[in-house]
Design a protein. Structure first.
Length: 243
């Protein structure tokens, strides 16, 4: 199980680390630091959706590789309950254990997305209010504590990069991400309430979402090699974005 993999990695990890909170079912949400501990810091979050648990393995790969320069925090598995559901009962499950889509639960035009619903289920449920879920609240509080200069969210799939929300965003960072992955930069419309959206709209910092893996793949992707274009993306981006 991916949760057990991440927990075992966390327990053996020699760098700075912490538990930023707990899921609805009480599972730890782990964060591990990579690179320089001084200077401005980034946050990279993975496995926001249950069926996208393969990105947690990408996070562990990024931690093992380290960084050429810069530093920040990596959160491999924001949605441990959803990942367990996807791996044991419902492979296409996207939400958390309460049926809320975590990437619709942030305070950024909350509830205004084209496909948003209040009906609990695998995807697009916005929850009772912004940050109603323990997972999104934990990420919010940790982000406000760290005050990152940039955030990255790793999802699957489609080989696309999103950087904009409500007319704001930094195209330069998207171009750097595109250079190392070959993914196309794209604006999306009719979406709201995501972590990227909240970082751009409320914190006024650059934020990026990477949809890793070919759109021809089926959820859930189970082999890390399918995300090979993202192997070096974090190190390359952090080394070049601050220049």
């Amino acid at each position: 199980m991916i949760y057990d993999e991440v927990k075992a990695f966390y327990q053996s990890y020699g760098g700075k680390k912490c538990v930023i909170g707990y899921s609805f079912c009480g599972r730890e949400i782990f964060a591990m630091h990579a690179g320089a501990v001084t200077g401005r810091q980034f946050i990279a979050v993975y496995a926001v959706h249950g069926r996208e648990w393969i990105t947690a393995r990408l996070a562990l790969k990024h931690l093992k590789m380290g960084l050429k320069s810069g530093g920040g925090w990596i959160i491999p598995l924001l949605n441990p309950d959803g990942a367990v559901i996807s791996q044991t009962r419902s492979p296409l499950w996207k939400a958390n254990a309460r049926g809320v889509d975590l990437n619709c639960n942030f305070d950024a035009c909350w509830g205004e997305g084209r496909l948003n619903t209040r009906t609990r289920g695998s995807e697009n449920c916005i929850g009772d209010k912004p940050f109603s879920e323990p997972e999104t609240l934990a990420l919010k509080n940790f982000t406000l504590k760290i005050r990152p200069y940039v955030t990255l969210s790793f999802h699957t799939k489609g080989e696309e990069i999103y950087y904009e929300f409500c007319g704001k965003g930094d195209m330069r960072g998207a171009e750097i991400l595109s250079k190392t992955t070959g993914y196309k930069v794209k604006k999306i419309y009719g979406s709201a309430g995501g972590y990227k959206d909240w970082c751009i709209r409320k914190l006024c910092i650059p934020a990026y979402t990477l949809e890793c893996g070919s759109d021809n793949l089926r959820h859930p992707i189970s082999k890390l090699k399918e995300l090979k274009k993202c192997k070096y993306v974090l190190s390359f981006f952090i080394a070049n974005y601050g220049k």
